[in-house]
Design a binder for this molecule. Sequence first.
Ligand code: MG
Length: 225
Amino acid sequence: MSVQQPPRLVIFDCDGVLVDSEPISIAVLLDMIGRAGGSVSEEEAYRHFLGRSMATVREVLRDEFALELTDPQLGEMRTELMRRFRSQLRPVEGIAETLARLSVASCVASSGSLDRIRLSLGITGLLEMLEPRLYSAGMVRRGKPAPDLFLHAARAMNVAAGDCLVIEDSPAGIDAAHSAGMRVFAFTGASHAGHAALVAELAKRRPDRTFDDMRQLPEMLAGLR
Ligand SMILES: [Mg+2]
């Protein structure tokens, strides 16, 4: 697989790539963990939970932090998250003009539920540009870092894995793209991306490129031609 071949499909992660949601999500998650009697630092949260589905977060909390969350606690957290999204969620800077300028097909593959993807993209004015090409972890058995969701999206879009380029902000997402046999660009322009531990985790995974201004993407794709 050569980096010089142009991709036929760009698969965008949602949180931290299309919408600047991670500071809100991590704050709400840490709030709930605290109220449930657990203790997780912000750095640990970014390391363990970024880019992962709620089902995976729940497993990691149980297995690595000895904290069992109840369904009502998760329900409350979801309600609070949606409330905060409605008042605070913003698109990633430059993403709308970038989507409008892209000359190859695109879709979304996110660890969030379909409802959450739709809400996030709706609030930020991006939904019309991407619907119905929305793929959620709920559609596959294993979430990121497993390759299942990216492979599902590629299949649904009728593009071979080797012709896909994934845009991701999380270590779990970069691992998922590599496992799927896809190229991956790490995006570090969302407001959570300054965390040193996170930057190091991303670099360790050797993405094909790392970039921090979404408006650069069309030129970067043109450079692959
Ligand atoms: Mg993400």
